[in-house]
Design a protein around this ligand. Sequence first.
Ligand code: HEC
Ligand code: HEC
Ligand code: HEC
Ligand code: HEC
Ligand code: HEC
Length: 485
Amino acid sequence: MATTLSDIPKAFIKGIAHSRIALLGAMIVTFIAPFLIGAILYDLILHIENPYVAGAIYMILGPGFIGGLVLILLGLFFSKGQEDVKLFTLAYFRDKLADETGYEKIRKLVFLGVFLTGVNLFIVSLLAYSGYHYMESNAFCGEVCHVPMTPEYTAYQNSSHSRVHCVECHIGSGASWFVKSKISGVRQLYAVVADTFDRPIETPVHGLRPARDTCEQCHRPEKFLGDKLVIKDKFLPDEKNTHVKTVLLMKIGSAGDQAAKSHGIHWHVAPENEIIYKAADWQRTIIPEVSQRTEMGKLVTYRSPEADEQLAAATHLQERAMDCMDCHNRPSHVFLPADKAIDGMLLTRDIPNDLPFIKQQAMEIVTGKEFATQDEARTAIANGLTEFYKKNYAAIYANDRAKVDQAIAGVQTAYQQNVFPEMGVQWETYSSNIGHANGLGCFRCHNEEHEAPSGEVISMDCDTCHTILAEDEENPEILHTLLGE
Ligand code: HEC
Ligand code: HEC
Ligand code: HEC
Ligand code: HEC
Ligand code: HEC
């Protein structure tokens, strides 16, 4: 039987009509294709803002379209014994290829196949291109999984990295981490759907990509040099909310390159000073043993006096090469402790700092008890402050009501940016390892107890990391000197 061009669409249609699977596939494809193409083009040109709409396109319509195509092909290819359909069946191909002139016969068929595949590939690659961008977007990471990601997404938006995409720290470039992230993404999606995710989300992230491939794409501690002036503003819990300052000269140092030898705080991340530590708990707060490979390649091991017991009692023993994240564990998800959150708002005057006792009252309410929801906290803040000023500062409450209301709004904001009771995040659930004010931080190792066989200890000398130029002073002399006054 000669195959003419007009036989092909006929056989195609009949083929589809005869195979239920192919018919189902064709219906799906026909139904989805116009919406899908329209939506992708709209997204590419005008950009879809709503993450749920984009999610519906890339996570439902897209896979649906591809699934439909697969059904058509399977249905056609494996339909047996249907004379009209034979053009597309496995048996037909086998026959024709076995026969000398066979190729000639199926050439047109191959041509149509290639044409249709071309069209489909175009749609699929558009889909892959914009779907990939969607999956890498902050909206997808931060908003689609709305409840579980609220704390991290909120803290992220308030951080200096709010323009760095989640994926630049969490995935980085390269195919293997992309695939890894998609596999763990499927697990996470399941946890969201089944509502089995942790509250709070566990930290540290044990599978986080090493900093070399993420942070160090943008920051180069080899190029850091010198010291940095750090001024910490605080407000005391007295009637005047006395504003005091701590001034530190932070020995940022350098990881060293041709121009500078490694020194100071970033000495730890110099390639020649590899530091490997053993942690006994999941959070890595108990560190019984620290080894340092020196420039000469010698290994020096510092151990805490209780190292043996701590290692034996370890709940999650792990060995880790120190990198940026061991100190900068909150580069982007910065959850402040209550006093710093309130101080920050007083400094920017989002909470009026001339309202008597506002620091003290705010702290009492937000740390007095743990609230079950943000709404409950908002109400308690509003009621507590209103009551206090009505009772103790009736004149202010009567004449300057706006100030009290502004204070209420400021304290509510400070709370809502850092505490997420619905996700199990209270004050200091996620503490920072930078410094030693909230949690042990540097003092996990720098406690003068970790001792090397030579008797040397990891230094806790207050001048190792910073010079304290003023501490909690109202009007530090040093700032006048620096300003040339
Ligand atoms: C500047 C780099 C950076 C960016 C950008 C970033 N993260 Fe993170 N994120 C981290 C680091 C580092 C940790 C792990 C802290 C640890 O292991 O101690 C982390 C931890 C997390 C955690 C675990 C819980 C926690 O707080 O430790 C979640 C969830 C998370 N990030 C989500 C996101 C989302 C969503 C975005 C984008 C909206 C994002 N991250 C953007 C660096 C980043
Ligand atoms: C895509 C580039 C990029 C990546 C990746 C990145 N950062 Fe940053 N980082 C920046 C930029 C830009 C700033 C400055 C922001 C500003 O000052 O407005 C910054 C600021 C900082 C600061 C100083 C300000 C602060 O918030 O304390 C630290 C510390 C820092 N980054 C650490 C890290 C760490 C640790 C990682 C890896 C987990 C990382 N960064 C990943 C771009 C990046
Ligand atoms: C031993 C702990 C430690 C390690 C490891 C570490 N840092 Fe830092 N880093 C600090 C401290 C402490 C500061 C100063 C914080 C402050 O301003 O109070 C700092 C400051 C910075 C700053 C801001 C510099 C400035 O001049 O404002 C950047 C950016 C930074 N680190 C990036 C990195 C990167 C990238 C890595 C990994 C390659 C890294 N750090 C490893 C402790 C560390
Ligand atoms: C995992 C253990 C560990 C942690 C955590 C750690 N360090 Fe260190 N650090 C060491 C070791 C080991 C040395 C080398 C011994 C020494 O000089 O006391 C060192 C040395 C230093 C030095 C002297 C570097 C030089 O010029 O010789 C500074 C400064 C320093 N650390 C700052 C910090 C700061 C700041 C933090 C917290 C943000 C911190 N370290 C956290 C292990 C640690
Ligand atoms: C291993 C390094 C290291 C050592 C040793 C160290 N500090 Fe610090 N300290 C830091 C870092 C880093 C910060 C800054 C934290 C930040 O930027 O929030 C800090 C911050 C401070 C602050 C300001 C806290 C605040 O938020 O107001 C004071 C005060 C301070 N240190 C006192 C001391 C004293 C006193 C000693 C000696 C017992 C000491 N430090 C030893 C690393 C160190």
